[in-house]
Design a protein around this ligand. Structure first.
Ligand code: GLN
Length: 447
């Protein structure tokens, strides 16, 4: 009831696309009954969760904040939903986002922009902005978001939360609406590292419905929280502390790295020269995959269909023209272009080659370091409307986050302080694939 009241009170922030008030109360009552009868409904009993509106819950709408899916009702549960429900979680609603997870501010939504709870004239970040806000206002204990290039870590940084992007293949994507399949991964927003660790543990692991999930055992992540960081080798990449980084954020991150050194970790600078190609590489690969994934919205099988078309081609064209927003169209065009014959070798193939080099460079760095720490974002949250007409500046917001997705490794945002403008900023920890424990170990000594 408290969570529902908070949603009501903060409705001006536009964090939710749907609220499951009755279902959530009924579920809570059901769990209470189980407990009273002496049964154990699971390790997450009564944990309230909000779910990004690109993750399917059976019988509920999955809109992806798009007109084209506005009325689409999912016939099945995503694997993460099924696992969380089996563990006793309560789902309180679906959260607002950038349409099809394309954006860095949650302004590209058919349902209007999400606003930052710390100052509603600022963005909450994106694309999982609604999930971040839901946790920040106490509408839930934790929320699910999705990451393609920073969509959990960046809004977590802008709202002062913990946000984890697991290793590619750690969490099943079955039931997550695809944006760029080789980059997408479901992750968690929480108010502290322990909550994030417990929820990730519940969702993670091999799933027969997603052949890209890895058959790697899921550790008891919460045990990592107790581990000392003495002797841990931390790397600071010079390229992440260069032009464009807000000086106060830089100072804040370096102060924390000094504290970590005092706790017994070793901290050293090093170079990641190829990171300067990350944004260009990411926006070629992400849009190429998006143009293919979004071909399925043709008015025949899902959601919206244009009225009164004369023939099939007109129906396709009008459905997509009317159903998709500006940014999604821009990405489909860009992606189609880089995949077209004549440009494929120059753009898509080249981007794939550079992606491999970026991954190799990062893995080489992990031979010398257990973890890498960086700022999560170059600035704090920006004003609503400030970057919406300038896609390139918006894309640059992802400069520190996309590398982890390109390399398939895991990364986390931990709150790192307050800027003199009153807004929070975060520190990013990156670790090698399937070493989420290191993220939790280090983050726990920072928060
Ligand atoms: N901002 C990036 C993009 O627009 C990342 C989005 C995401 O991680 N879903 O593609």
């Amino acid at each position: 009831k408290k969570a529902l009241a908070s949603i009501e009170e903060h409705s001006h922030l536009n964090a939710f696309t749907q609220v499951f008030a009755e279902q959530a109360l009924a579920r809570a009552a059901e769990l209470e009954k189980e407990l009273a009868a002496g049964n154990d409904p699971g390790p997450l009993t009564g944990v309230i969760m909000a779910i990004k509106d690109n993750i399917n819950i059976a019988g509920e709408r999955t809109t992806c904040a798009s007109k084209i899916l506005e009325t689409f009702v999912s016939p099945f549960d995503a694997t993460v939903i099924q696992r969380l429900r089996d563990a006793g979680a309560i789902f309180i609603g679906k959260t607002n986002m950038d349409e099809f997870a394309m954006g860095s501010s949650s302004e590209n939504s058919h349902f209007g922009a999400v606003k930052n709870p710390l100052n509603p004239s600022y963005v909450a970040g994106g694309s999982s902005g609604g999930s971040a806000v839901a946790v920040a206002i106490g509408a839930c204990d934790a929320a699910l978001g999705s990451e393609t290039g920073g969509s959990i870590r960046q809004p977590a940084s802008f709202t002062g939360l913990v946000g984890v992007k697991p290793t590619y293949g750690r969490v099943s994507r079955y039931g997550l609406v695809a944006y760029a399949s080789s980059l997408d991964q479901i992750g968690v927003f929480a108010r502290n590292v322990r909550d994030a660790a417990l929820i990730l543990k519940t969702m993670a692991g091999r799933d027969a419905h997603d052949s890209t999930t890895a058959d790697v055992a899921v550790p008891e992540y919460e045990q990592a929280l107790e581990k000392s960081i003495k002797g841990l080798k931390i790397g600071l990449p010079n390229q992440y502390f260069a032009d464009g980084l807000d000086p106060e954020i830089q100072e804040g991150i370096l102060k924390i790295s000094d504290q970590l050194a005092r706790q017994g970790a070793t901290v050293d600078n090093f170079d990641l020269p190829l990171s300067r190609f990350s944004i260009a590489t990411y926006y070629i690969i992400a849009t190429a995959e998006a143009s293919s994934n979004l071909a399925r919205y043709d008015g025949v099988r899902y959601g919206y269909r244009a009225k009164d078309a004369e023939d099939l081609n007109e129906m396709y064209a009008r459905t997509r023209s009317e159903g998709f927003g500006q940014e999604v169209k821009r990405r489909i065009l860009l992606g189609t272009y880089v995949l077209s014959s004549g440009y494929y070798d120059a753009y898509y193939k080249k981007a794939m080659q550079v992606r491999r080099l970026i991954k190799d460079e990062l893995n080489a760095a992990f031979k010398n370091f257990d973890v890498i720490i960086t700022p999560t974002t170059p600035t704090t949250a920006f004003k609503l409307g400030e970057k919406i007409d300038d896609p390139l500046t918006m894309y640059l917001m992802d400069v520190y986050t996309v590398t982890a997705n390109l390399a398939g490794i895991c990364a986390i945002n931990v709150p790192a302080g307050r800027h003199s403008n009153g807004l929070p900023f975060g520190l990013q920890v990156m670790a090698p694939a399937f070493q989420e424990e290191r993220l939790f170990q280090l983050s726990a000594s920072i928060e």
